[in-house]
Design a binder for this molecule. Structure first.
Ligand SMILES: [Ca+2]
Length: 494
């Protein structure tokens, strides 16, 4: 053997030895799991950000986040209002599992117009309900909650009992930063302080802003900026735009802090909102607003940024919903679901890494109550919604209205009783063209899956006539019988 070959063998052995050492070191000291920063807006609608096409709002920081991460074009809140959306998000389960369906009460609106007795509402999650913060805390994360909780009350528990080490609950009334009326900068500063303090270990930030919930408030200079701006055709409310801009500005500060701490590369950032925009902001072409189960009430801006995992500027059209975040955060943390814990969502990992699809067939909503005040292009003139359950499956979406389902003949009369609305969102994102009568096969398939889901989740359904209305219902039954021949199936009611 020549000395050159011997030398090569020696080099190779050393290289193998070094490789083995590195592997051993890695086994002993696994890479640190990512920090998780979840920014949750309040009442920010799908169309309220510039990257979604608002013609008046300016959201440069949210837009940049969208460019740096993955945009989910079919991203959803799990309810049309604050409280149930948050209960679903935190618990990782749909409303039938925890019975938080509404803000305060499921019986909101003119009682004489309610045909069913609504299912009673719970105010929050009991402390034994394992939240995503409980699970991340158990996985070794420092956990901080800043902003709006909205899950207390007689049935709930404060954030400190739901897995958060550090809590700053703050109403949107003033703050330590001058001219911060919606407290966006105060909350952001507290979150930044928390990140800095816990930079040496994995942390979880739940930053639940009060913005842009009413009463709308903004810094005076921002308000002046939008008062001076020519109005858009769709959006033209300077205060609404200013409030949104301040929220966006605070998000910019938080992202800059991650850069400053050199943590951005190992931090998963998620941004979305708890429900659709109020009637102060049109969500067209989406139908409806906050409180509705039409797209305007539940479809949201939904962004995930995760350097090295998520391809910048990528898009995903699969329907996803905020209960998917619990299992996604667990997967990011390398943690297993807590024993015995039901999780209705699915980890978004296959979508984030563009390596596959989710296993589930459908996503669901269940609102067995009444919500007052009509909205732009709602179902009727009295309520944002009546008792309704919804299934989304691929491009299809079906609404089941419990009043007509229970009281007007159920499945036997589906062609005429208006209990079901069916839309193909791919062709009709505005839910204008009800296909329930035209496509009974698709309608029945979705309806069957929805009914099976009621069984699976033990969903409580509003099955009793409203007592204040029994006499009127009985009289209506008689009248309907008399006029039956003249009745026609109503077309798509607006
Ligand atoms: Ca809200």
């Amino acid at each position: 053997m020549t000395s050159r070959i011997l030398c090569r063998i020696a080099t190779l052995s050393l290289t193998l030895l070094a490789a083995a050492l590195v592997t051993n070191l890695q086994a002993a000291d696994p890479p640190r799991p990512p920090n998780i920063v979840f920014i949750f807006a309040d009442d920010l609608g799908w169309k309220d950000v510039a990257y979604q096409g608002s013609d008046f709002m300016e959201t440069p920081n949210i837009d940049r986040l969208a460019q740096q991460g993955m945009v989910f074009t079919n991203g959803y809140a799990s309810a049309g209002n604050c409280q149930p959306s948050r209960a679903c998000l935190l618990s990782g389960t749909y409303t039938p599992r925890h019975h938080v369906y509404a803000v305060n009460s499921t019986e909101r609106g003119p009682k004489e117009l309610m045909r069913l007795t609504p299912v009673p509402n719970k105010s929050g999650l009991p402390p034994e309900n394992v939240t995503f913060a409980d699970a991340l805390q158990a996985a070794g994360y420092a956990t901080g909650m800043f902003g709006k909780w909205h899950l207390g009350g007689p049935d709930g528990a404060p954030p400190a009992e739901q897995g958060f080490d550090v809590v700053l609950e703050k109403n949107g009334q003033g703050g330590s930063i001058t001219d911060d009326p919606k407290a966006v900068f105060t909350l952001t500063s507290a979150a930044c302080e928390f990140m800095e303090k816990h930079r040496e270990r994995p942390f979880f930030v739940y930053l639940a802003h009060h913005a842009i919930h009413t009463g709308l408030q903004a810094r005076s200079e921002t308000l002046q900026k939008f008062k001076a701006k020519p109005p858009g055709e769709q959006h033209h409310n300077p205060l609404y735009a200013a409030c949104t801009y301040d929220l966006d500005d605070s998000i910019g500060r938080l992202l800059a802090k991650l850069d400053e701490l050199k943590l951005a590369d190992n931090t998963l950032v998620v941004f979305t909102s708890d429900n659709g925009g109020t009637n102060q902001s049109s969500q067209e072409p989406l139908r409806g607003n906050k409180g509705c189960y039409y797209e305007g009430g539940i479809r949201e801006p939904f962004i995930v940024r995760w350097p090295g995992v998520v391809k910048p500027g990528s898009k995903c059209d699969a329907p996803v919903i905020n209960i998917d975040l619990f299992p996604t955060f667990l997967a990011a943390a390398g943690a297993k679901p807590p024993p015995g814990k039901t999780l209705d969502g699915e980890s978004l990992f296959p979508l984030l890494t563009q390596q596959g699809e989710l296993h589930r067939k459908s996503i669901f909503w269940h609102f067995p109550g009444y919500l007052d005040r009509p909205v732009i292009r709602g179902r009727d003139a009295q309520f944002r919604t009546r008792p309704v359950s919804v299934i989304r499956q691929k491009d299809w979406k079906l609404h089941l209205y419990h009043e007509e389902w229970l009281l007007d003949g159920g499945r036997e009369k589906l062609d005429t009783n208006n209990a079901v609305e069916l839309y193909n969102l791919k062709d009709d994102i505005g839910e204008r063209n009800n296909l329930a009568a035209k496509n009974p096969e698709q309608r029945d398939a979705l309806l069957n899956d929805l009914l099976a889901w009621f069984e699976e989740t033990d969903a409580l359904l509003p099955t009793k006539r409203a007592p204040q209305n029994e006499k009127r219902e009985a009289a209506t039954d008689q009248r309907v019988k008399g006029k039956k021949k003249r009745l026609q199936a109503p077309s798509n009611r607006e």
